[in-house]
Design a protein around this ligand. Sequence first.
Ligand code: CP3
Length: 348
Amino acid sequence: MKEPEHQYPFLLACQRKPAEYTPIWLMRQAGRYMKEYRALRKKFSFLEMCKKPELAAEVTLQPLQKLNVDAAIIFSDILIPLEPMGVAFEFAKGEGPVFHRPIRGMKDVERLRIIEPEEETSFLMEAIRIVRRELEGKVPLIGFSGAPFTLASYIIEGGHSRNYILTKSMMYQDRPTWNRLMEKLSEVLIRYLDAQIRAGVQAIQVFDSWVGCLSPDDYEEYVLPYSKKVMDALDRSVPMIHFGTSTSALLPLMKKAGGNVIGVDWRVDLDEAWARIGYDVGIQGNLDPVVLFGPVDLIKKEVKRILNQAGGRPGHIFNLGHGILPNTPVEHVSALVEMVHEFSSRKK
Ligand code: CP3
């Protein structure tokens, strides 16, 4: 039976409407902790899996066959739109993404291309259409992108960074280049997310994973206007989740930038975070992914604590504070999903 779209617990929570239980999905719910994923990964590289629509669709659906999660998230990566912009990268073994020609000055920024996502990332749009068909309305599908700051940090640093020295130095010392880079990234992200919405995603998550390295003043001055521009430009009928880590000092500003729901990690208590953000937006989070290594009693205690902090208020989406880690026991992940549903059930 197809449920009408407005009755999905996940979409209800995005709108802060009461649902029969607290919905849950998990960042990186498709990935290396699942043997089905590892089996496919033996045959294909990660980027091949992203770029072949049938494979990306298959991997998107893998966790839904094992876990009662309340949403699917399209299998892709925040770095995908960067390659057609002209910044090539590879995933070096054990190192994460590596950009061999990082962006360091105005000349590099001028070279960046504004992409046509329907053509240049057509594989993603096709994967979205396949997943929507195969889901047959079972759960809603989430699309996503990185936020301008987090993507800028990768292409300036050339990969992951500890202190963001090059990124912040561009921000502080070369304002015209920084502004131009953030403008270009924002423009690409608007087109990229808009194309995903047109292909059929029913919610969007914007990942500003590394924005917690900034002071509130710097966030407001150098980042907020661009994140806001992206979220303001998108179709308001599709709910947006705005996520970052180590953001407890930035929460009111992230809300100002946009999002129907703000995603938080475990470094801040959920009740405190929600009070700080205000109850006129939803909240997503915030179990520490390491808790999933067990034991089950610990998971139970933490689930109860987080649900308690949400206080049964409509608008809480249960999630981890960051992605599921490789080697997480799958049975603990499915136990988590069942616990969240059971402990939050409003059917008495
Ligand atoms: O959540 C999902 O299930 C959807 C898929 C998804 C992936 N990456 C798949 C992936 C999503 C939403 C992302 C987002 C992403 N990618 C972020 C933001 C979220 C976060 O974790 O902060 C970032 C920073 C990236 C960039 C990225 N991609 C890194 C740093 C790495 C390497 C680290 C690692 O875990 O190996 C990736 C690779 C990646 N993206 C994998 C997956 C499943 C692992 C690839 C593999 O199979 O080797």
